[in-house]
Ligand binder design. Structure first.
Ligand SMILES: [Zn+2]
Length: 146
């Protein structure tokens, strides 16, 4: 019994090492609200294992000043004080293929995001997708737990 626990733990540990996140992703996940971070971890792991896509977080937790600057640059971004990013409930994510090409980003068409399987996996993990969440504003890199 103990032997099989050891074998199982070793296999799991090896798996986690191979599919671990980059230090930058880890830092950004740790700054988020705990349940949101856990949902994103499972989501990223599923994307890696099932689709071969590696997630990078382009924006996670934001200060009110950072949100105000984004809103000033593009009024379609939430006003300061009203973004889920300021509460650690969301992350903006791009996905890289095995060769390191950024294949899912802000400019990527909705049909490509949907066909990739990423959108379905996000829903499975209880994450809302910005590609359809905001009337009049297509924000496919945005995932939140609202
Ligand atoms: Zn966002």
């Amino acid at each position: 019994m103990v032997k099989w626990l050891f074998v199982g733990f070793t296999a799991l540990f090896g798996f986690m090492l191979n599919f671990g996140f980059t230090p930058d992703v880890e830092t950004k996940l740790k700054a988020l609200e705990r349940v949101t971070a856990l949902r994103l971890r499972v989501f990223f792991l599923l994307c890696r294992v099932c689709l071969g896509l590696r997630a990078i977080i382009t924006s996670g937790l934001r200060s009110t000043a950072q949100q105000a600057a984004l809103h000033a640059a593009d009024p379609r971004n939430a006003a300061a004080g009203s973004s889920s990013h300021e509460r650690g409930l969301s992350a903006d994510v791009n996905f890289l293929d095995a060769a390191g090409n950024n294949v899912l980003r802000k400019a990527t068409p909705k049909s490509v995001w949907e066909k990739s399987g990423v959108v379905a996996l996000a829903a499975l993990c209880g994450l809302r997708w910005g590609g359809t969440a905001f009337p009049g504003y297509y924000d496919p890199v945005h995932f939140d737990s609202l």
